[in-house]
Design a protein around this ligand. Structure first.
Ligand SMILES: *[C@@H]1O[C@H](CO)[C@@H](O)[C@H](O)[C@H]1NC(C)=O
Ligand SMILES: *[C@@H]1O[C@H](CO)[C@@H](O)[C@H](O)[C@H]1NC(C)=O
Length: 268
């Protein structure tokens, strides 16, 4: 099997409600397109804390005091990472101020581009090489954060993973357990002989509090409401693409096809 290649940089975000399989789709995309990297704000944060960078120390003290890590810090982590990889460049700095001993400099400077938009005031330029492709995870979560990110690097595809709420709820909430034995029933694929009763003992089955459909209904509703402005933001920029499916296996082929259409190189 040939590994499909990218023709240009894909800078993407996957958006999806809990239970929709965002992690699964991310993993499948990464396995399929070797040029894609995962840039996770959570991972960057943990790495910086672990390595005791100035930013990591500052972020850790915030978290220890129970505060959220401010957006500006998360952005700084992302900027640092993308700069280190040579994918963005701060045009306010002279190149060798950043890439002091890198042989890649010559290579990087030729294909750095600015966003062709009158609205853009960013001082950053970015690489459009396929190897500068990434899935950004954990940030942005709000439209305000998205605007901040736009000023650093333009996301060129936002995938909105859409599975009807009742399907998600069905999938998650059909698990019943016989607590004393740990026997698990799955009301779609492994139903108990008598509804709500353990096959062996006839004792009642219980459901984890987390799997309560009402809890999930509320969780999904709140996700959709909070997420609406973010999707609207990217829709206005023309980079939002929504894919609907009942399961990950139904969504993946559609996602691959669209991804190939937008970023794929012709295979020879
Ligand atoms: C029920 O079983 C099916 C098939 O194995 C699986 O896809 C689904 O996730 C299971 N549901 C739960 C809640 O375990
Ligand atoms: C998705 O689930 C709905 C509701 O169960 C069903 O009507 C529809 O046919 C399903 N779609 C596919 C493609 O299986």
């Amino acid at each position: 099997m040939t590994v499909p290649k990218l023709a240009k940089a894909a800078r993407i975000i996957l958006v999806g409600a809990p239970g929709v399989g965002k992690g699964t789709q991310t993993e499948r995309l990464m396995n399929r397109y070797r040029e894609l990297s995962s840039i996770s704000s959570g991972d960057l944060l943990r790495k910086n804390v672990r390595e005791r960078t100035p930013l990591g120390i500052l972020a850790e003290s915030k978290m220890k005091s129970g505060a959220l890590v401010p957006d500006a810090m998360i952005l700084r982590l992302i900027i640092n990472e993308l700069t280190t990889r040579g994918w963005i460049r701060d045009s306010a700095l002279r190149p060798y101020a950043v890439y002091s001993s890198s042989v890649e400099v010559a290579d990087n400077t030729v294909d750095m581009v600015s966003i062709p938009s009158a609205l853009r005031t960013s001082r950053y330029t970015f690489s459009d090489r396929p190897s500068a492709s990434f899935i950004l995870d954990g940030f942005p979560r709000t439209a305000v954060q998205a605007v901040q990110l736009d000023n650093i690097v333009p996301i060129n595809l936002v995938v909105n993973l859409n599975t009807p709420s009742d399907i998600i709820i069905d999938r998650i909430c059909n698990r019943w357990v016989h607590a004393p034995s740990g026997r698990v029933y799955n009301t779609t694929f492994n139903t108990p002989k008598v509804d709500g009763k353990d096959d062996v003992t006839g004792e009642p089955l219980t459901r984890r509090a987390d799997d309560d459909p009402e809890v999930w209904k509320a969780r999904l509703k709140s996700f959709r409401e909070n997420n609406e402005p973010l999707l609207e933001h990217y829709d206005k920029l023309g980079v939002l693409w929504t894919v609907t499916g009942n399961s990950s296996d139904e969504i993946s082929p559609k996602l691959f096809a669209e991804f190939g259409k937008r970023f794929g190189a012709l295979e020879h």
